[in-house]
Design a protein around this ligand. Structure first.
Ligand code: 6PG
Length: 247
């Protein structure tokens, strides 16, 4: 079951998403003493991250209890123009007081397969405290942010990727042939264990694909975003009117 919230434009979408994230963060910190968020890359979240950094919003969150992760990363160094980590720092993390040791970036500069294994171990350690004694750990992120590519990908889960059928690992590396680029990504297994998953979708060019994700035949190999169905979590589609144009 998913919740769709439609906003007038990209700016209102960023504002609405920011307000919702503040409420999720305050709830998580009050209940469990921490808020774990996995950030998305791409361009759509930029407005959201900048909005979260604005004092009237940022002042509502105790950032010292926020733990920052990424849903995916390009296999590039952290200072590279394509780095999702760099974009998040420029738009948000350089402007709020998240302790450095609470920021867990994917090592895009390392050998992808090794970086994926390293991140998986890091996540399993981080979430082990969330899991009852003896139970298998769950990637219980409080929130995972996702975008939607025009080809139906999300995070770095691309059509036809072997990652789409991964049913154990939480983090994998994949060479995305059409981009000629290695990517690191959470798998759907991990994403679907989150407490909250929030898609951010903006623009007319996403409208047809969004309709397919929400109402089309279930073809996850072609439309990987359809894999995202949190087992014990809430799924939100935060969209603007342009993206909602074919719903
Ligand atoms: C990335 C993102 C990717 C993105 C979509 C949508 O690393 O690029 O994680 O999944 O969310 O490609 O990107 P836009 O928001 O730029 O349309």
């Amino acid at each position: 079951m998913s919740t769709i919230r439609t906003y007038e434009d990209a700016t209102q979408l960023a504002n609405g998403a920011a307000e919702h994230i503040v409420s999720l963060a305050r709830e998580a910190i009050a209940q469990r003493g921490r808020f774990s968020i996995a950030l998305s890359g791409g361009t759509t979240p930029k407005l959201l991250y900048a909005r979260l950094a604005e004092v009237d919003i940022a002042s509502q969150v105790d950032w010292s209890h926020v733990y920052v992760f990424w849903g995916d990363e390009r296999a590039v160094p952290p200072d590279h123009a394509d780095s999702n980590y760099r974009m998040a720092c420029e738009q948000l993390l350089n402007h709020v007081f998240v302790p450095e040791h609470n920021v867990y970036r994917m090592s895009g500069e390392e050998v992808p397969l090794a970086a994926a294994s390293e991140y998986e171990e890091l996540l399993r350690t981080f979430f082990s405290s969330d899991t009852p004694e003896g139970a298998p750990p769950l990637a219980r992120f409080d929130l995972i942010l996702l975008g939607l590519g025009m080809d139906g990908h999300t995070a770095s889960l691309f059509p036809g990727s072997p990652l789409l059928v991964e049913n154990e690992r939480w983090v994998k590396a994949d060479h995305v042939d059409k981009l000629n680029m290695w990517r690191l990504s959470l798998t759907a297994v991990a994403i679907n264990q989150a407490r909250n998953v929030m898609f951010l979708v903006s623009g007319k060019d996403k409208a047809a694909r969004l309709r397919q994700v929400l109402y089309g035949l279930y073809k996850p190999n072609l439309v990987p975003a359809q894999l995202i169905r949190p087992q014990q979590g809430r799924l939100f589609f935060m969209i603007d009117k342009d993206a909602a144009g074919e719903l």
